[in-house]
Design a protein around this ligand. Structure first.
Ligand code: 4AD
Ligand code: MG
Length: 466
């Protein structure tokens, strides 16, 4: 007999004489003549109430169906007399396929998130994490849907790379050399990387952007969606060493087109989750962030504010706030500034654009100097309440001479980026793109406050247990 998922059984339009459910026991309550078992199979937030009559030949097995045990139930789907559910299943057979004893850690409700991180192998069976990972799955699907509907092609940049896409040096090394006793260069001073697996120094990628640019300059509209790695030792609620990023790249597009795409993308994802994960979002609204539904509606209805970096610095200077990091033109915006702009000043998502050239990556397109001769690049960051930056992007420098000058300013070796420079030698076009941190988007969509709780197995400094 074919298994029915709880989600489909709960959505049934008519009773059924015989269905098979398989899942895990959430709770059990024994009365004199029968037992109630709540079966959850992760297909949706809710479980199915199973009624097992004491006269059933399989009834003795119910005594072994403790919280956490795996069970298999055949039965009739009937109208439920209980409150809170339309259907219940009256068992005709009941089997425990995997027992769980009193040491099962998810016995009661109300575990802390910190404790649940320590049992990352079991936390998907809790209500909260079941909901998080269903939303994560749906959101990933919506990412593809958004781009595929618009004629974007999905490209797969390499995970192992020899180049630093951000030029920030925050990369994990990849090597098969014996790190305790590596081969030495002729002068004995350095490590001889020509003897390493790839014949050179290699790393885990920090971004697929440079490769996406290659493909945009051939297929026009592309996007990546994959894991990226950063060895930045920042132990915050918004940084992970391994996270997923979506990076669209568009040929014949400028910064304004890029900001339009970013706004449409964020709204599309939120709308999709609202439509397809309603029950899970309701759960987050109740137990995680009571303002969630109102915030999502607000974000969906209003256009995002756009504000140049120069304007942003003026707003911050005139805010009357005392900053931990005082900000003057030329400084990087810190999290406190970003959050002030989006949470206090504009009270909505804000795209800040045209940042000082000196604080941004080498590949960003250089703007005309402003009236005071200050240099900016066509960069943008999308900031949202509660999180800060969820998107970083830019128009790319398509002029060979300007790009070479920027690389020199960043002390980058042209030889290592020869193929990137070639894109400007052969058929160069204005192009732009951005990166959305998938986990940050999930935090925004669910209200979950720590990045460790929206990724199945968080990689943060000192943590790689599971
Ligand atoms: O702003 P970032 O560093 O931009 C890039 O990597 C560009 N190559 C993107 C592009 O233009 N194609 O990163 C983009 C986004 C950030 O806005 C943030 O949401 C996320 O990636 N992100 C992180 N998420 C979690 N943990 C980290 N350590 C992150 N670093 C960046
Ligand atoms: Mg950024």
């Amino acid at each position: 007999m074919q298994r029915t998922l709880v989600k489909d059984a709960l959505n049934a339009t008519s009773p059924a004489d015989s269905i098979l459910l398989q899942g895990w026991v959430r709770t059990r309550r024994d009365a004199k003549a029968f037992s109630f078992v709540e079966l959850n199979d992760g297909s949706c937030l809710k479980g199915m109430q199973i009624v097992v009559d004491a006269s059933l030949p399989d009834y003795p097995a119910v005594a072994r169906a403790h919280t956490g045990a795996a069970i298999e139930v055949n039965g009739k789907l009937v109208d439920s007399k209980g409150a809170g559910q339309k259907w219940e299943v009256v068992a005709t057979s009941f089997k425990v396929t995997g027992e769980a004893d009193g040491t099962y850690p998810l016995q009661k409700k109300g575990h802390t998130l910190e404790f649940l991180r320590e049992i990352a192998h079991l936390r998907p069976r809790s209500n909260l994490f079941g909901a998080v990972f269903r939303v994560r799955s749906r959101l990933a699907y919506a990412v593809h849907q958004f781009f595929q509907e618009r004629g974007f092609h999905y490209v797969h940049p390499p995970i192992i790379t020899a180049s630093d896409a951000e030029g920030a040096g925050e990369m994990f090394r990849v090597t098969t050399l014996d790190v305790g006793n590596p081969p030495r260069t002729a002068d004995g001073k350095g490590v001889d990387h020509t003897q390493d697996f790839f014949g050179r120094k290699t790393f885990l990628t920090v971004s697929g952007q440079l490769e996406a640019e290659i493909f945009a300059c051939a297929l026009s509209n592309v996007y990546t969606f994959g894991p990226t790695f950063r060895a930045e030792n920042s132990n915050t609620s918004r940084h992970a060493a391994e996270f997923w990023m979506i990076e669209p790249e568009v040929a014949f597009c400028d910064l304004h087109g890029d900001m339009d795409l970013a706004e449409a993308f964020v709204k599309y994802l939120l709308r999709d989750v609202k439509t397809h994960c309603a029950a899970d979002l309701e759960f987050f609204g109740k137990f995680v962030d009571k303002d969630l539904a109102a915030r999502l509606d607000f974000v969906l209805e209003k256009p995002f504010v756009r504000c140049s970096y120069t304007e942003a610095v003026e707003i911050l200077a005139q805010s009357g706030q005392t900053w931990e990091h005082p900000v003057a033109w030329g400084d990087n915006l810190q999290a406190e500034h970003e959050r002030y702009l989006t949470e206090e000043h504009f009270k909505c998502p804000v795209t800040v654009y045209n940042y000082p050239r000196a604080i941004k990556a080498f590949y960003m397109r250089v703007n005309e100097p402003d009236a005071q001769g200050r240099e900016t690049v066509a960069a943008m960051d999308l900031l949202v309440p509660g999180i800060g930056e969820i998107i970083g992007g830019s128009q790319r420098e398509e002029r060979l001479d300007v790009l070479r000058e920027s690389m020199a300013k960043h002390h980058l070796d042209e030889k290592a980026y020869w193929w990137y420079l070639d894109l400007r030698r052969y058929g160069s076009v204005p192009h732009a793109g951005f990166g959305l941190g998938f986990e940050r988007m999930l935090m925004f969509a669910t209200g979950v406050a720590n990045i460790r709780d929206v990724i199945p197995f968080a990689r943060t400094p000192g943590t790689a247990e599971f």
